[in-house]
Write a protein that binds this ligand. Structure first.
Ligand SMILES: [Zn+2]
Length: 322
């Protein structure tokens, strides 16, 4: 199995973004150490919008330099750095804290076509210049990549040929989110052209789906309960707030749901079971999603155990080392 441990490297976008130190620097440093010990590498999808927004405020210079240095350290350590876009940073302003205007700017499709194209060009150019490499893999902020036809031409222009946003069976429709992967091929890798959920042989783009897992309500009762009972072990290290996912929390507590395989928090409990499921399905790729900000003491232990147990059994890969 080819295993891709991927992390979306970003702050929170709710009322409280959390700090650069807690959400990014410290948990990422711990992830680095696990990888180094076993010579495995990760893919980091770097939220460039934050960096571009922070450039406008001299008082954020220190934070900005910490993050830029860590992104360069990723590359120096052999990790893969690729493009992650949360376009609402376009409308974020800083005055002691970040104020975010998520409304009608959370996803790229909220912007007029010319602005959308300009954002993708600007963010990719910024990241490529920062790391001194050409990025070619994309993950949409909040998994909002639909309709893909809006992005197709600018991706072709910029040489973005791989996407890793889809988790088959995923569905999240709220005023901010527009995610519908119910029809996505139940494959770990496929090619597509105009629609990320429709396989097209010899299509211009390749989807490396994030692995999906069927979580039962009892899982979420533990997930929400453990953070309260054992906060030191189970609370997220990045102390910020997510934006609302509408009724997803309640529906997850009451009925089974397909969601992505993740190294975040209590989700890390299912890493091994999910890998076994992917092996049973004869998938060739196993892509996990995680966020340094959502790591907990528990999830870091689980992630390290996963690497220690499987680094000689499976291939831990990145996109630029294929
Ligand atoms: Zn993100």
């Amino acid at each position: 199995m080819n295993i891709y441990l991927t992390f979306d490297y970003e702050l929170f976008f709710g009322e409280n973004t959390g700090t650069v130190q807690d959400c990014l620097i410290n948990p990422t440093a711990q992830l680095f150490s696990f990888a180094k010990q076993k010579d495995v590498h990760y893919t980091f999808f770097v939220d460039v919008g934050f960096l571009i927004a922070a450039e406008k405020y001299p008082e954020l210079n220190n934070d900005l330099n910490l993050v830029k240095n860590q992104v360069n350290e990723m590359v120096a350590l052999g990790h893969d750095v690729q493009l992650h876009i949360h376009p609402h940073w376009e409308k974020a302003t800083w005055d002691k804290v970040w104020s975010m205007n998520i409304n009608e700017s959370y996803k790229l499709s909220d912007f007029p076509q010319d602005e959308l194209v300009a954002i993708v060009r600007k963010y990719k150019t910024y990241l490529d210049e920062l790391i001194g490499k050409e990025t070619f893999v994309f993950r949409a902020g909040g998994w909002c990549i639909q309709p893909f036809s809006l992005l197709k031409n600018v991706f072709l222009e910029l040489g973005i040929t791989i996407d890793s946003t889809v988790f088959p069976g995923g569905y999240l429709q709220t005023k901010d989110y527009d995610v519908n992967f119910l029809k996505a091929p139940k494959k770990s890798k496929y090619q597509f052209e105009n629609d990320v959920c429709e396989e097209v042989e010899n299509g211009s783009f390749t989807e490396y789906s994030i692995a999906s897992y069927r979580y039962f309500p009892s899982f979420y009762w533990w997930l929400y309960g453990l953070g309260r009972i054992f906060p030191k072990r189970h609370k997220m290290l990045g102390k910020g707030n997510f934006i609302s996912q509408g009724g997803r929390k309640w529906s997850a507590l009451t009925s089974f749901s397909d969601y992505h395989v993740s190294t975040d928090g209590y989700f890390a409990k299912k890493l091994e079971a999910s890998l076994q499921k992917a092996i049973n399905l004869e998938h060739e790729e196993f892509v996990t999603i995680g966020h340094p900000k959502s790591c907990s003491v528990y999830s870091l232990i689980k992630t390290k155990q996963f690497i220690d147990k499987y680094h000689l059994v499976h291939h831990f890969k990145t996109f630029d080392r294929n």
